[in-house]
Design a protein around this ligand. Structure first.
Ligand code: ATP
Length: 347
């Protein structure tokens, strides 16, 4: 087990591109930390610096008490699980799982015992003599996990390990990985661009945008108190509604003049107003929702349309009688988030 400390860690690629801007945070012992953000935001680069696969341009990286900037990947006491599993096709599951140990000259009996133990944990016992080609995608993913587990590392690193699996298997595997990490008590850093994975697996989430940390927090903090419009729109499906509004005449007003909130004194000018689709109250209220489309999702429905001339989505239960057309809506003040119109930062 280990803590991981990033102190002003920065990555500039040889072509001059700054993929990770100076970045500091600490991962606690046994914590499951998820790095999430859109494609190209620098999450793999950050993970690869921790793994030792990418040179650190500036800053200091410690695993436990040890600064590891120049320590070889093999000596960092980490195990990495990749998107493509990186299994050896000509080797059996048993050999694949034990490969890293064999390389380290671990005695054969110890390798056999560790492989059996990992296979039992991962429900792979019946597949130990198969080759990767004879396995399903989920089983292959488990073999990759097995290979990481037997090394008994201080730190697990995952780089989008589920992105090659279909949706159902992904759901199942994310529960398995999380449960396994809990059971082993090992510190984990997990990279994904999937906000559902981030929300469901993380103890804490780091949201990255253009090589910069937008927010660090628990899933609940990130979802309910987004630090910026970027986080508000990246986390949540459908995302938070963000509509143009303004401070005017002592109130926060929608574009059609409707007052939705008392404004702090002395404020004026444009702002961005945020509300989650599930927080919208339909059927009564201060403004009008022009519903253009009702999207049927089984357990619930999404209503898409416009409020005060701007795109807007609301979430309603499956038995809601709301149909296309105009409806009164309330935007409960406790559910409203205000963001700076220009910077997108939460006010
Ligand atoms: P994805 O989800 O698509 O894998 P990511 O968030 O993991 O994206 P990175 O792979 O870390 O992003 O890349 C971050 C940025 O650095 C991207 O803009 C990418 O084009 C750039 N980049 C990556 N590798 C290099 C390199 N060797 N030289 C120059 N730029 C690079």
């Amino acid at each position: 087990m280990a803590t991981v400390t990033l102190d002003q860690l920065r990555k500039v690629y040889p072509n001059g591109f700054e993929a990770v801007k100076p970045c500091s945070f600490r991962i606690e012992d046994g914590e499951f930390l998820v790095l999430v953000g859109p494609s190209g935001c620098g999450k793999s680069t950050l993970l690869r610096m921790v793994a030792g696969l990418e040179e650190i341009t500036e800053g200091e990286l410690s695993i436990g008490e040890r600064v590891v900037n120049t320590v070889d990947p093999a000596d960092r006491d980490i195990a990495m699980v990749f998107q493509n599993y990186a299994l050896y096709p000509h080797m059996t599951v048993r050999k694949n799982i034990g490969y890293g140990l064999k390389n380290r000259r671990t005695p054969a009996a110890e390798i056999a015992a560790k492989v059996e133990e990992a296979a039992r944990m991962l429900n792979l016992t019946d597949y130990l003599d198969r080759k990767p080609a004879q396995l399903s995608g989920g089983q292959r993913q488990r073999v990759a996990m097995g290979r990481a587990i037997v090394r008994d590392p201080a730190l697990f690193l995952f780089d989008e390990p589920l992105s090659n699996l279909d949706a159902k298997l992904r759901n199942q595997m994310r529960i398995e990985i999380k449960a396994l990490q809990r059971r082993l008590g090992v510190t984990a850093i997990y990279v994904t661009h999937d906000q559902v994975e981030a929300m469901t697996m993380a103890d804490r989430i780091v949201v990255l945008n253009c090589g910069r940390i937008e927010q660090i927090g628990t899933p609940s903090e990130i979802y309910h108190q987004p630090a910026s419009t970027f986080v508000a729109s990246f986390m949540g499906a459908p995302p938070m509604n963000l509509i143009e509004a303004s401070f005017a005449e002592g109130a926060v007003r929608l574009a059609d003049g409707t007052a939705v909130l008392t404004a702090p004194s002395g404020r004026s000018g444009p702002i961005t107003l945020g509300i989650r689709p599930e927080d919208v109250r339909i059927g009564d209220g201060e403004t009008t929702f022009d519903v253009a489309l009702v999207e049927e999702l089984g357990a619930h429905r999404l209503l898409h349309g416009q409020v005060a001339g701007q795109p807007f989505t609301a979430h309603v239960l499956k038995d809601s009688p709301i149909t296309r057309g105009q409806h009164r809506v309330a935007l409960p003040r406790e559910a409203l988030a205000l963001f700076d119109h220009q910077t997108g930062e939460r006010l």
